[in-house]
Design a protein around this ligand. Sequence first.
Ligand code: SAH
Ligand code: SF4
Length: 377
Amino acid sequence: METPVNLLDFDVDGLVAWFAERGEKPFRARQVMRWMHRFGETEFDNMTDVAKSLRAKLAQEACIRPPQAIRDSVSEDGTRKWLLDVGNANAVEAVFIPETNRGTLCISSQAGCALDCAFCSTGKQGFNRNLSAAEIIGQLWLANKLLGGTATPAGAKDADGDADNGRVISNVVMMGMGEPLANFDNVVTALRLMLDDHAYGLSRRRVTVSTSGIVPAMDRLREECPVALAVSLHAPDDALRDRLVPINQKYPLRELMAACRRYLERAPRDFVTFEYVMLDGVNDSDAHARALVALVRDVPCKFNLIPFNPFPNSGFDRSQPERIRRFAGILIDAGIVTTTRKTRGDDVNAACGQLAGQVQDRTRRTVRLVKSMEDRA
Ligand code: SAH
Ligand code: SF4
């Protein structure tokens, strides 16, 4: 028997086409879409308004298979983290960060990452494989299902003044493991599902892709599915950025800044967010801050400073709080909105860039654990 097709791999157009090949009407595809994504249904037989004959046909040829959570941890500050099995002893993580007026889900796009940024534990792990569209959207599917019922106050507004309609997950950021734009097609399929009213119906402004700066893919994203953009800058000049973010050797800062300006012509927000990891004595001096101000002069932007999250043998230290305050002060004095990221979920190792090293260890540990439980059973 052929392996059943996982319907979580399709965006709406894809599912309509797949239904059409089987002589089924587009509205049937949209019905099934709503069952899968809005109601988290995995059994065709429970889709009560779908014709019985179609349900039987679907059950023969297809399945709805989200990733499995092999670990679910809640931090003292409410941050919740899932470790998701993606086969072959690989795992990725999704993290939910509740705040008063919004709930942000941070999801992964690849198992590992090939880009090898100097300060990133995912990068240190190397590249394993791209996640499928089902594995990417499956993180939202799963979190949505498991978090159901604990909504933020209906009509609450976030800092940007958007109402979030009382959704538990009001924002999605692709800032987990992997470089989203290096897994372009599957990421775009998942983004389309996030935006589609038959699935999650999030606004483009509330879905953010974070990239280390793959310039041609930024141009494609702007054409195919413009959502909010965050760019991992981390250095104000090519010499330093070449070292910290090696993809800079291919797409240097001048090209990256030009790509950001082009992106803004189509972006749902009128600024790019620059992420900047604060590395003690490496990229955190007053001179670095002043050079940044000059670099981004022509790019409407905000800055998000991320205190470095240490991991074993990283070779870097986190900048001192006072240094981060002064650095932020220089950007703010130049008129750039600058925030410093709170470190959340420290006690479950859910902070930025901490995910992978831990995953690898834990995966092995978890696999061992599961195996020893099986042995005992
Ligand atoms: N690959 C994408 C998105 C995932 S990483 C990218 O690089 O943008 C999300 C953010 O965390 C990026 O800005 C990344 O540079 C940063 N990051 C990676 N390792 C980190 C660490 N150890 N401490 C703090 N931030 C880190
Ligand atoms: Fe990959 Fe982003 Fe980590 Fe760089 S920072 S290695 S691009 S996940």
